[in-house]
Design a binder for this molecule. Sequence first.
Ligand SMILES: [Zn+2]
Length: 176
Amino acid sequence: MNKRTNTTQSQEEQIITLRCSRCGRPITPKEAVQTPTGYRCPDCVQQQQKIFNTSRPLDFVWGFLIGAVLSLIGSVITSFIGFFTLLLAPAAGVGIAEAVRFVIKKRRSKRLFRIVTFGMILGGLPLIAINLFNLIVRLQVAAFNLFALLPLAYQVLYLVMAVPSAYYRLSGERRR
Ligand SMILES: [Zn+2]
Protein backbone atom coordinates (compact mmCIF):
# COMPACT_ATOMS: atom_id res chain seq x y z
CA MET A 1 0.00 0.00 0.00
CA ASN A 2 2.69 2.38 1.08
CA LYS A 3 4.84 1.34 -1.82
CA ARG A 4 2.03 1.92 -4.30
CA THR A 5 1.39 5.39 -2.97
CA ASN A 6 5.04 6.19 -3.41
CA THR A 7 5.02 5.06 -7.00
CA THR A 8 1.95 7.13 -7.80
CA GLN A 9 3.49 10.10 -6.08
CA SER A 10 6.77 9.81 -7.92
CA GLN A 11 4.95 9.53 -11.21
CA GLU A 12 3.00 12.66 -10.43
CA GLU A 13 6.20 14.37 -9.42
CA GLN A 14 7.78 13.38 -12.68
CA ILE A 15 4.87 14.83 -14.61
CA ILE A 16 5.07 18.08 -12.71
CA THR A 17 8.84 18.46 -12.79
CA LEU A 18 9.13 17.81 -16.51
CA ARG A 19 9.68 21.20 -18.02
CA CYS A 20 10.63 22.50 -21.42
CA SER A 21 14.38 23.15 -21.41
CA ARG A 22 13.90 26.26 -23.52
CA CYS A 23 10.87 28.15 -22.23
CA GLY A 24 10.45 26.38 -18.87
CA ARG A 25 6.80 25.57 -19.43
CA PRO A 26 5.60 22.44 -17.57
CA ILE A 27 4.93 19.67 -20.06
CA THR A 28 3.48 16.17 -19.81
CA PRO A 29 5.71 13.26 -20.84
CA LYS A 30 3.35 12.58 -23.71
CA GLU A 31 3.88 15.92 -25.46
CA ALA A 32 7.55 16.28 -24.48
CA VAL A 33 10.02 15.98 -27.33
CA GLN A 34 13.51 14.80 -26.48
CA THR A 35 16.31 16.87 -27.99
CA PRO A 36 20.10 16.86 -27.41
CA THR A 37 19.62 19.68 -24.91
CA GLY A 38 16.72 18.15 -22.99
CA TYR A 39 12.97 17.94 -23.24
CA ARG A 40 11.16 20.55 -25.25
CA CYS A 41 7.53 21.55 -25.54
CA PRO A 42 5.96 21.12 -29.02
CA ASP A 43 5.83 24.88 -29.57
CA CYS A 44 9.55 25.33 -29.01
CA VAL A 45 10.39 22.37 -31.25
CA GLN A 46 8.34 23.91 -34.03
CA GLN A 47 10.00 27.27 -33.53
CA GLN A 48 13.41 25.64 -33.56
CA GLN A 49 12.65 23.96 -36.86
CA LYS A 50 11.55 27.28 -38.34
CA ILE A 51 14.89 28.93 -37.66
CA PHE A 52 16.78 25.86 -38.76
CA ASN A 53 19.45 26.70 -41.30
CA THR A 54 18.38 25.61 -44.78
CA SER A 55 20.58 27.91 -46.87
CA ARG A 56 22.97 26.80 -49.60
CA PRO A 57 26.38 28.37 -50.34
CA LEU A 58 25.19 30.13 -53.52
CA ASP A 59 22.36 31.75 -51.57
CA PHE A 60 24.95 33.90 -49.85
CA VAL A 61 26.33 35.15 -53.16
CA TRP A 62 22.89 35.90 -54.59
CA GLY A 63 21.62 37.37 -51.34
CA PHE A 64 24.57 39.72 -51.14
CA LEU A 65 24.43 40.76 -54.80
CA ILE A 66 20.68 41.31 -54.90
CA GLY A 67 20.81 43.22 -51.62
CA ALA A 68 23.65 45.45 -52.87
CA VAL A 69 22.32 46.12 -56.38
CA LEU A 70 18.70 46.78 -55.39
CA SER A 71 19.85 48.93 -52.50
CA LEU A 72 21.99 50.98 -54.88
CA ILE A 73 18.99 51.44 -57.19
CA GLY A 74 16.92 52.42 -54.16
CA SER A 75 19.48 55.01 -53.13
CA VAL A 76 19.49 56.48 -56.65
CA ILE A 77 15.70 56.74 -56.50
CA THR A 78 16.08 58.32 -53.06
CA SER A 79 18.14 61.14 -54.55
CA PHE A 80 15.20 61.95 -56.87
CA ILE A 81 12.27 61.62 -54.48
CA GLY A 82 13.84 63.33 -51.46
CA PHE A 83 11.27 63.67 -48.72
CA PHE A 84 9.15 60.77 -49.98
CA THR A 85 12.00 58.47 -49.02
CA LEU A 86 10.61 58.60 -45.49
CA LEU A 87 7.39 57.04 -46.74
CA LEU A 88 8.84 54.59 -49.24
CA ALA A 89 12.06 53.31 -47.65
CA PRO A 90 10.40 50.65 -45.45
CA ALA A 91 8.50 49.34 -48.48
CA ALA A 92 11.76 49.32 -50.47
CA GLY A 93 13.27 47.16 -47.74
CA VAL A 94 10.36 44.74 -47.96
CA GLY A 95 10.67 44.69 -51.76
CA ILE A 96 14.38 43.89 -51.59
CA ALA A 97 13.69 41.14 -49.05
CA GLU A 98 11.01 39.64 -51.28
CA ALA A 99 13.34 39.70 -54.30
CA VAL A 100 15.98 37.87 -52.26
CA ARG A 101 13.45 35.39 -50.92
CA PHE A 102 12.24 34.68 -54.43
CA VAL A 103 15.74 33.88 -55.68
CA ILE A 104 16.87 31.83 -52.70
CA LYS A 105 13.51 30.04 -52.70
CA LYS A 106 12.77 31.10 -49.13
CA ARG A 107 15.66 29.12 -47.72
CA ARG A 108 16.84 30.62 -44.49
CA SER A 109 19.71 31.20 -42.12
CA LYS A 110 20.57 34.04 -39.80
CA ARG A 111 23.95 34.49 -41.44
CA LEU A 112 22.36 34.73 -44.85
CA PHE A 113 20.01 37.47 -43.65
CA ARG A 114 22.94 39.38 -42.18
CA ILE A 115 24.84 39.11 -45.46
CA VAL A 116 21.83 40.50 -47.34
CA THR A 117 21.65 43.48 -44.99
CA PHE A 118 25.41 43.92 -45.29
CA GLY A 119 25.00 44.00 -49.09
CA MET A 120 22.24 46.58 -48.72
CA ILE A 121 24.44 48.82 -46.59
CA LEU A 122 27.31 48.58 -49.09
CA GLY A 123 24.88 49.30 -51.94
CA GLY A 124 23.78 52.48 -50.21
CA LEU A 125 27.29 53.73 -49.49
CA PRO A 126 28.27 55.15 -52.92
CA LEU A 127 25.52 57.77 -52.84
CA ILE A 128 26.22 58.56 -49.22
CA ALA A 129 29.86 59.13 -50.17
CA ILE A 130 28.89 61.30 -53.17
CA ASN A 131 26.49 63.39 -51.11
CA LEU A 132 29.00 63.74 -48.31
CA PHE A 133 31.58 64.91 -50.82
CA ASN A 134 29.11 67.41 -52.34
CA LEU A 135 28.30 68.72 -48.90
CA ILE A 136 31.95 69.28 -48.03
CA VAL A 137 32.58 71.05 -51.35
CA ARG A 138 29.52 73.22 -50.89
CA LEU A 139 30.46 74.15 -47.33
CA GLN A 140 33.76 75.49 -48.61
CA VAL A 141 32.07 77.97 -50.92
CA ALA A 142 28.96 78.83 -48.94
CA ALA A 143 27.80 79.16 -45.35
CA PHE A 144 26.18 76.13 -43.80
CA ASN A 145 22.47 75.78 -44.31
CA LEU A 146 20.17 72.96 -43.43
CA PHE A 147 19.02 72.34 -47.00
CA ALA A 148 22.54 71.44 -48.03
CA LEU A 149 22.39 68.63 -45.52
CA LEU A 150 19.13 67.15 -46.78
CA PRO A 151 20.36 64.96 -49.68
CA LEU A 152 22.84 63.26 -47.39
CA ALA A 153 20.25 62.95 -44.63
CA TYR A 154 17.77 61.26 -46.99
CA GLN A 155 20.42 58.74 -48.06
CA VAL A 156 21.22 57.86 -44.47
CA LEU A 157 17.53 57.69 -43.54
CA TYR A 158 16.91 55.45 -46.53
CA LEU A 159 19.38 52.89 -45.22
CA VAL A 160 18.30 53.27 -41.61
CA MET A 161 14.71 52.50 -42.60
CA ALA A 162 15.13 50.03 -45.46
CA VAL A 163 17.76 47.74 -43.91
CA PRO A 164 15.86 46.78 -40.73
CA SER A 165 12.67 46.49 -42.75
CA ALA A 166 14.36 43.99 -45.09
CA TYR A 167 15.95 42.08 -42.24
CA TYR A 168 12.71 41.61 -40.34
CA ARG A 169 10.92 40.65 -43.52
CA LEU A 170 13.54 37.99 -44.26
CA SER A 171 13.87 36.57 -40.78
CA GLY A 172 10.17 36.70 -39.95
CA GLU A 173 11.04 38.22 -36.59
CA ARG A 174 8.94 41.00 -35.26
CA ARG A 175 10.30 44.39 -34.46
CA ARG A 176 10.64 44.81 -30.74
ZN1 LIG B 1 9.04 25.45 -24.70
